[in-house]
Design a protein around this ligand. Structure first.
Ligand SMILES: [Zn+2]
Length: 241
């Protein structure tokens, strides 16, 4: 899961209407779901980490630090489930790049290097947004069945990344590497690309740089592998991984 840097709030106080934060968030984080990493051109929404539907978090409805971006699938699955910040891993405050393993069958699993408590948090995050399921069938807020599933899209992107890698081997130029990064940002699924290009430091660095809002300090500058724990973010319950 791509670790992101949302940065400080663009305005001095909370948003009167949280929806007004969308352009600011998209400008900082790119048009990607903060959880499943899909690139969504439309219907990407402001995601409240601590849900706006629970009275306990009513005061956070317009709070910048409580916002991420979410697709319909992740948003609908997450719904009004309570989120205890200390119990989950979050891409804006933990090094989620170090927490998960992505495989060519579209699966996401918890990284074996995590401690038991970290592993429990990592699993809880996946369950929160349904990324632990093979396929998701959700009904969105308009009562419509959402048929596009994230696993199939991740598998498809894996194949595109593999093809790009194959083409790059035939034409290993800096210009083609930049082309690969452009293809990646157009498709989304940062972690899938990072996994397929695990042994290509130059491409990995381009991915880190080109995916808008990636938390660069989560990666070692020399190896571009995730560092852990994440340097302090100044956010509550951060840097757990
Ligand atoms: Zn999503």
């Amino acid at each position: 899961m791509r670790p992101v840097l949302r940065g400080g709030s663009p305005q001095a106080s909370d948003y009167n209407n949280y929806r007004d934060s969308f352009p600011d968030l998209a400008g900082r984080l790119g048009m990607y779901c903060s959880y499943c990493e899909r690139r969504i051109a439309t219907q990407l929404a402001v995601e409240h980490i601590q849900p706006k539907g629970l009275p306990a978090y009513e005061h956070l409805i317009g709070r910048w630090d409580n916002f991420l971006l979410g697709c319909v699938n992740c948003n609908s699955t997450k719904g009004n489930k309570d989120v205890i910040l200390a119990d989950v891993l979050l891409p804006d405050r933990d090094n989620t790049a170090a927490a998960y393993v992505y495989t060519m069958d579209g699966g996401i699993s918890v990284h074996g290097s995590l401690t038991e408590p970290q592993s429990a948090m990592a699993k809880l995050t996946l369950a929160l947004v349904g990324l632990d399921k093979r396929a998701s069938t959700v009904i969105d807020s308009n009562g419509q069945f959402v048929a596009i599933d994230r696993v199939a899209q991740r598998m498809e992107t894996w194949l595109i990344a593999e093809e790009s890698k194959h083409d790059l081997q035939a034409n290993p130029s800096p210009a083609f590497r930049r082309q690969v990064a452009r293809t990646a940002t157009a498709h989304g699924f940062f972690s899938t690309w990072m996994t397929v290009f695990a042994d290509d430091r130059a491409v990995r660095q381009l991915l880190i740089d080109e995916f808008l809002g990636t938390a660069v300090d989560c990666f070692d500058a020399v190896t571009t592998m995730p560092v852990s724990p994440r340097p302090a973010t100044g956010l509550a319950n951060g840097s757990k991984v």
